[in-house]
Ligand binder design. Structure first.
Ligand SMILES: NC(=O)c1ccc[n+]([C@@H]2O[C@H](COP(=O)([O-])OP(=O)(O)OC[C@H]3O[C@@H](n4cnc5c(N)ncnc54)[C@H](OP(=O)(O)O)[C@@H]3O)[C@@H](O)[C@H]2O)c1
Length: 227
């Protein structure tokens, strides 16, 4: 049985990722933030001390986004966001890749965001973390390609989740939808299916890429449908 190590598997998008892999007969190991606090990057090694590190797929979906305008932004917010969204991914790849290298096979996906490519007022911590994550993915793809390990990002646009509701008033969500050519939010399943494809046997040559699933938001330069 193939095995997936998944972070953020109890969140909205993570639960959908867990389901799509389980439906395809994967064993999914997905610790909660209580079992593995990714903010404590130095402690990630300890979690794996007595545990199996033999996974064919690793998906990093854990992430936080606590908006704060630049004038109020704290270093603590930036550090926490960078640790959970980006540095923990790097630490986990260090721990999980040796077995993949030994077997000359592996798939790694980081769930990023369109804010890995563009910015938004009040999102400095989040935007910085996702830009760094995207760079890390590209570099890892180059370093691990010789061992047949494919490393990619999936960047959702605006997804119908609690995170979107928490960070945007209903009126703002309406305005966001007007800027999406497909004129709706993504479902969590739509994001999970992209992640699954990149990790499946159907993907044998895509690596170092950032697959944007945003209903056309980035293609339209965030303008939506303008006639
Ligand atoms: N929602 C969107 O519209 C959207 C758009 C673009 C990108 N994304 C990205 O998609 C991913 C999932 O988003 P979501 O909407 O599903 O978020 P969510 O429902 O808030 O889930 C976040 C997940 O991250 C985990 N997490 C948070 N802090 C952690 C910590 N210190 N240690 C370990 N795990 C921690 C949570 O674990 P526990 O539940 O165990 O605490 C939870 O499972 C994130 O990376 C986010 O940036 C989301």
């Amino acid at each position: 049985m193939k095995k997936l190590f998944l972070t953020g598997g109890r969140g909205d998008i993570g639960s959908a990722i867990k389901k799509v892999f389980e439906d395809s007969n994967y064993q999914v190991i997905t610790p909660s933030s209580n079992e593995l606090n990714l903010e404590k990057t130095s402690e990630i090694k300890d979690y794996f001390k007595d545990k199996d590190c033999d996974f064919s797929v690793f998906v990093h979906c854990a992430g936080i986004n606590n908006p704060q305008k630049f004038s109020e932004l704290t270093l603590e917010n930036i550090e926490k966001t960078i640790r959970i969204n980006y540095l923990s991914f790097y630490e986990l790849v260090k721990i999980l890749s040796p077995k993949m290298i030994e077997k000359k096979q592996g798939k790694i996906v980081a769930v990023s965001s369109v804010y890995g490519l563009v910015a938004r007022v009040g999102r400095l911590a989040y935007t910085s973390s996702k830009h760094a994550l995207n760079g890390c993915v590209k570099n890892l793809a180059c370093e691990l390609a010789k061992d047949n390990i494919l490393v990619n990002c999936v960047s959702p646009g605006f997804v119908n989740t609690k995170m979107t509701d928490k960070n945007n008033p209903a009126e703002k969500i309406k305005q966001m939808i007007e800027k999406i050519p497909m004129n709706r939010l993504a479902s969590v399943e739509e994001i999970a299916n992209v992640v699954y494809f990149l990790c499946s046997d159907k993907n044998s040559y895509i690596t170092g890429q950032n697959i944007i699933a945003d209903g056309g938001f980035m293609a339209s330069g965030g303008q939506g449908i303008w006639e």
